[in-house]
Design a protein around this ligand. Structure first.
Ligand code: ADP
Ligand code: MG
Ligand code: MG
Length: 250
């Protein structure tokens, strides 16, 4: 699904990712942890194809293709979904409008007929119910004035509607109270499938009590310095990052 080799990325001339390797297979859930400033969000931004993130070395294969050769909107149409740590607010554009436009763009890309308003509403309302969300969320402007928890729930709704092949969730759990954490975790668990891969970026292992990952990676100073199973996340929680990141710096 995703094969990153020796990825080097600079932001404004400053090296941020420095030889990052990561391989994620279909059906897998991976967690990326690591101290603040280690490059987790940078990785998400590079995968999305954001401006100002300059790839100076390495390769990213996504579903047997060169991801870096695809324009950002092509990546989305090819089933790549990114939920950012700080989601953008889009005043004047309702959630329901954005979701319909995004879903229909994907369908056009796959040569499937577009959904009309009624068909779309039926689908989206099912997802809202499944994700235990309030329908009023649909008619609010995208993320405008949303609480942290509402933004994260909204991302999970987008995930449920768009049904991506590969989902990267940056800080999916930051700012969530325990109920919102459960909703997000349940949503992610519902989206687990043999055809889909999910990468969860998180500071804390709390979310991983509910979404049990297949692999856990520690990112430090721009590269993966340790990988393991769920036990690694528990170990990090009790011991901190120091024992993994020490000696890993160049
Ligand atoms: P994390 O998500 O792991 O906390 P980030 O990827 O946000 O880390 O940041 C990694 C490093 O890159 C930090 O030192 C940060 O200051 C730097 N960085 C990220 N984005 C930018 C930017 N747009 N301009 C300058 N520096 C940046
Ligand atoms: Mg951070
Ligand atoms: Mg970050």
């Amino acid at each position: 699904m995703l094969e990153i080799s020796n990825l080097n990325v600079e932001v404004e001339g400053k090296p941020i990712l420095r030889g990052l390797d990561l391989s994620v297979g279909a059906g897998e859930v991976h967690a990326i942890m690591g101290p603040n400033g280690s490059g987790k969000s940078t990785l998400a931004h590079v995968l999305a194809g954001r401006d100002h993130y300059v790839v100076t070395g390495g390769t990213i294969r996504y579903r047997e293709r060169d991801l870096l050769a695809l324009a950002p909107e092509e990546r989305a149409k090819e089933g790549l979904f990114l939920a950012f740590q700080y989601p953008v607010e889009i005043p004047g554009v309702s959630n329901v409008y954005l979701l319909k436009a995004a879903l229909n763009a994907q369908r056009r890309h796959r040569g499937e007929p577009e959904l009309d308003a009624m068909e779309f509403l039926q689908i989206v309302k099912e997802k809202v119910a499944l994700m235990q969300m309030d329908e009023s969320l649909l008619y609010r402007a995208v993320n405008e004035g949303f609480s942290g928890g509402e933004k994260k729930r909204n991302e999970i709704l987008q995930l449920a509607v768009l049904e991506p092949k590969l989902a990267i969730l940056d800080e999916a759990d930051s700012g969530l109270d325990i109920d919102a954490l459960q909703t997000v975790a349940n949503g992610v668990n519902r989206m687990r499938s043999p055809e889909r891969a999910i990468v969860i970026v998180t500071h804390y292992q709390r979310l991983l009590d509910y979404v049990v990952p297949d692999r856990v990676h520690v990112l430090s100073q721009g590269r993966i310095v340790k990988s393991g199973t769920r036990e690694l996340a528990l170990e990090l929680e009790s011991k901190g990052y120091g024992w993994v990141t020490e000696g890993a710096s160049q």
